[in-house]
Design a protein around this ligand. Structure first.
Ligand code: APR
Length: 256
């Protein structure tokens, strides 16, 4: 691992494919709190209380209040320069760009990112806890002042469309495929403490074919820092704009 704090550039050739993994740190400059910067508490709650199936069973009202607060915070936040830098890169290199976010907010979409997945779910969606077959619904409602839990048409409770601790992340087949074919992996603002996302940098090196070039961007080295080719220290909103240097696309045959 090389740690660099000077002028950084990630050169992207016309044949490179870029896989970006983002974590809570990319939304920090939009005013959204990260998880691990407050003594193991998350907005005053133990993670086990508000972000596990057991916590939901024990106190679903508290869980809905917690995610309602997260919804309000995300609605108040605006995408920052780091979100826009990734959307701009996607515009320039098209489907050679793939974004996997651990974040449940919608700031990537609001900045223009399209080719992306939310592996830990989406804050503004809800679903039937019994998996009755009803579609996942768009839901930006804040349930804080409602005593009752929202109910699905089948009579079961609606829960946040969030992957809690102990549950299986979403879109893993597609994520694995995109890691297998990327040549550059960039992780931004994630502590490297939560798996499987913390393993992606390893997967990008041990897959068949040449190992990908791997970069981390954030103000401090993550727990898995040693696995990266380079760690670029700094805030995402300051480092990402100007970080990527995509080469020109190959000239079409016969074009002047
Ligand atoms: N720019 C970039 N990174 C930042 C910034 C910033 N301005 N500010 C803080 N960070 C970094 C911190 O240094 C830290 O490494 O963001 C990281 C935040 O770490 P976590 O709070 O652990 O967030 P994350 O890694 O996304 O958590 C993973 O855990 O709680 C679950 O499901 C939840 O998706 C989440 C997962």
């Amino acid at each position: 691992m090389a740690t660099e704090a000077f002028q950084d550039l990630i050169e992207i050739s016309a044949s490179d494919r870029v896989f970006v993994l983002t974590g809570a740190g990319i939304s920090a400059e939009s005013g959204l709190r990260t998880f691990r910067d407050s003594n193991g508490l998350w907005a005053g709650h133990r993670v086990e209380t508000v972000a596990t199936p057991e916590g939901w069973e024990a106190n679903p009202e508290l869980v809905w209040q917690f995610y309602s607060q997260r919804r309000r915070e995300a609605q108040a936040g605006q995408p920052n320069a780091a979100h826009y830098a990734l959307a701009e890169l996607e515009k320039r290199i098209g489907d050679r760009f793939f974004l996997c976010s651990q974040n449940v907010d919608d700031l990537h979409e609001r900045s223009g990112s399209r080719n992306m997945v939310h592996m830990h779910g989406e804050l503004f969606k809800s679903r039937c806890e019994a998996n009755c077959g009803a579609p996942i619904i768009e839901d930006s409602h804040s349930y804080n002042f409602i005593r009752e839990i929202p109910i699905c048409a089948c009579g079961s409770r609606l829960r946040p469309h969030i992957v809690w601790f102990g549950e299986i992340p979403l879109e893993m087949t597609r994520i694995q495929q995109e890691i297998d074919r990327c040549s550059i992996l960039v992780a931004v603002g994630t502590s490297g403490a939560v798996y499987p996302a913390a393993s992606f940098v390893h997967w990008a090196k041990v897959r068949r074919g040449a190992p990908a070039r791997t970069y981390y961007v954030g103000p401090e080295a993550p727990l898995n820092a040693n696995a990266f080719t380079r760690v670029i220290l700094g805030k995402a909103g300051e480092k990402l704009p100007g970080l990527f240097q995509p080469g020109e696309p190959p000239a079409l045959p016969g074009r002047q």
